[in-house]
Structure formats: C-alpha cells, structure tokens
Design a binder for this molecule. Structure first.
Ligand code: PLP
Length: 379
C-alpha cells in the first residue's frame, strides 16, 4: 500500500481550499474537512484507469452489475443483479428516487444531524424537509421512532451515519423498515461509508434484512469513499427490489442522462475486484487505529459528542466553548485555536458541532489529538 499523501498545492479541494474557506493562519494547518482520505486508491485501480483511458474511446458497453453483486456476495449479501441500477452519483440517485416516488410538497423525513446534500436535494426537488432529531447523549446516538410523524412520504437515512459514525443495529434497521413498510413509503438508505467499521462491530445492510421489507427499501452505494475515488468519481448504484419503483427510477435516470459514465463504471469494476479486499481491510485497520487513538484521548472530554463505531469522522460538540452558537462559529473557533480545518456542524444542520475527518497519517492524528486536548483543558 502506498503511504499517506500530503496534498498541498496538488489541486486537492481538502488541502488547497483551506485558506479560502477558513482564512489565513500563522499556525500549521490540518485539513480535516471534506470526506476524502489522504491515502491513494489501490494501485491496481490507478493503473487500470490509466490503461482504460489510453486504450478505449467512444461509447463503451460496460455493465457494473456482476462486479457489484460479487462484491456484496463476498460480504454475505445476496443481491440479485436485476435489482442494480447504476447512476452518476448517490445524491443524483436520491433526487431521482424522490422525484419518482413522491410528489412536490410531500414531507421527507431526514434525521438531524445528516449529510448536508440530503437537505439540499429534498429542497431542490420541491419536497418539504421534516427534521427528525437524533438524541445524542451518553456517548451514543438514539433514534426515537415514536416521534416520527405519520404523514411522511419518504425517509432519507444514512448507515453508517454521517456525521456521527453511528452504526445502526439490525433491530433498529428492522424497526425503521417496518415503520416505512406499514405506511408503504420508501426508506432510502445511503450506505456509502460502510467500508470502515470499528473492530467488534458489524455492519448490517438494509439490502440484507427481512424480505418482508425489501419492497420499500432503496439502498444507495458507491466505491468512492471506501476506495477514495471521489476524483473520478466511481459509479454509484441503487439496489431496488421493488420492480415498479426500479423501472420508474431507471427510466428517469436514463431520460436525464444521469447514468454512470464509462470511466466511472470501469473505476467501480476495478475497485470491486476481489484482489482489493485485502487493501480495503488494511485501510480499515489504519482508520481504526486513528479512531481508537482519538476516542481514547478525548474519552473524558465534553468535546466528544459520541463514540464513533464506523466511518472516518469524529463528531465534536463545541457548544460549551463558544460565546454563541451560530452557523460557522464552531469551525471558525477550532481553526483559529488549533489550525484544524473541520466541517462546521451547520453543514449537517447542527451548529455548535464540527465533523473532523481523521483519514490521515497516524502522526498527524497524534498531533491533532494533542491540539484538541489543549482546547478541552483550557476551558
Ligand atoms: C453520506 C454521503 N453520501 C453521499 C456522498 C456523496 O456521494 P456522491 O458524490 O456519489 O453523490 C457523501 C460524500 O461525502 C456522503 O458522505
């Protein structure tokens, strides 16, 4: 595996947009915001893509379905190839699903905090956001189904959860799927962060839970996070068992030319090769070391909002440290005090918090951990 990359002056958004977004700093700067990792993709993918670019041109006939179903099969999930629909991006597929299965003005349930584009795509498609607040206490994140309003037309969900790293358990997933099935509404679940699960935890895909619920579930996935392919980006795909929904969504993706391009499909096929399973496991171990180190360091500090069980994110609560809570204030405070550039909680509709991306070298993480401790001990 190639080593961690310092990407200043490389055109990397995460590194080279820091000054523009956070301002100039006379301290060393630690770019820990947008969700890519500082580790290059598997070499086989890089080589394969270069070869593809130099040897193919024009329209390509390339299907991702076999690669997708085999990748899931190796993880104990049986996905019928006919249920797979590719798309250029997860959020595009989410927008198409909302447009296809709900009507303008309909209420869409979204848990707070959640990845910002869930809100943006709901608004862009003229649906109404119905905020469903997650309770974050005792180092855990709790979802209360009894508080869900009965008039929702769809639920947008994320497992593993971005930004908290909460891994939803089988019984919680089944309860939510049952809730949606009883009301016959789609449960649209983004599972893009499933690559990095903390030791001792198990990821359960909604695509693998009870058949009784499958007609109401749409799972969205792509290799772009696990294999660090946001620059291509790799093809995304939806797993849709409900044939009527699948046909409608596929037709809409085709009509709007939002299917994945040939390079994106080739990136998925290369990344999902069995030969990269070991690479992914090694990455997972590196990420887990960083997660464990930061959680151990911050365990007794009020900064750590919850203990992450997955992803490369830490959800930090800065509300006790701020003069006032408003969008942008928490990230600004952290950057000015430490040089750490993290996403502001307002990006997830939770001002006062920040999301820190720890997919970087262990050396940087040690340094960042010490910087975070200086904040909590100076309170
Ligand atoms: C939860 C989640 N979903 C989707 C995306 C983006 O996916 P795409 O670019 O395929 O729309 C991200 C990117 O960070 C993400 O964190």
């Amino acid at each position: 595996m190639q080593e961690f990359q310092q990407r200043f002056n490389s055109g990397s958004l995460k590194f080279d947009d820091v000054t523009n977004r956070y301002g100039a700093s006379d301290r060393p700067v630690f770019p820990m915001w947008v969700a890519d990792t500082d580790f290059p993709p598997p070499e086989m993918v890089n080589h394969g893509l270069s070869h593809f670019l130099s040897s193919h041109f024009g329209y390509q006939q390339l299907a991702v379905t076999a690669a997708v179903s085999q990748w899931h099969w190796r993880r104990g999930e049986y996905i019928d190839e006919s249920s797979i629909v590719d798309c250029c991006s997860i959020i595009a597929a989410m927008g198409i699903a909302l447009e296809s299965l709900t009507r303008p003005g309909d209420k869409v349930g979204i848990f707070i905090p959640s990845y910002g584009p869930f809100f943006a795509v709901t608004e862009k498609t003229q649906r109404k956001i119905c905020p469903l607040t997650l309770d974050i206490s005792d180092g855990n994140v709790h979802m209360d189904l009894s508080s869900l309003p009965d008039d929702l037309s769809a639920v947008l969900f994320c497992n593993p959860h971005n930004p908290t790293g909460r891994l939803w358990q089988r019984d919680e997933l089944e309860a939510l799927a049952e809730w949606c099935t009883q009301r016959n509404i789609p449960l649209i679940c983004d599972e893009v962060h499933r690559g990095f699960i903390a030791e001792g935890n198990e990821f359960v895909s909604l695509a693998s839970i009870g058949e009784a619920f499958q007609n109401n579930i749409i799972v969205l996935q792509s290799p772009s996070k696990s294999y660090n392919l946001a620059h291509v980006p790799a093809a995304a795909y939806a797993i849709i068992v409900n044939q009527q929904w699948r046909d409608t969504i596929r037709a809409s993706i085709t009509r709007s030319h939002l299917f994945a391009g040939a390079l994106a499909r080739q990136a998925l096929i290369l990344a999902y090769d069995e030969l990269n399973d070991l690479w992914l496991q090694t990455m997972e171990e590196k990420i887990s070391e960083n997660r464990a180190l930061l959680t151990r360091l911050l365990h007794n500090s009020s900064l750590l909002a919850c203990i992450p069980q997955s992803t490369f994110f830490l959800w930090l609560d800065l509300r006790d440290y701020l003069n006032h809570v408003a969008p942008g204030v928490a990230a600004d405070y952290l950057f000015k005090r430490t040089g750490i550039a993290a996403n502001d909680g307002a990006d997830f509709r939770s001002p006062g918090f920040v999301r820190l991306n720890f997919a970087t070298s262990g050396e940087v993480i040690k340094h960042v951990g010490e910087l975070l401790l200086t904040i909590s001990s100076n309170k």
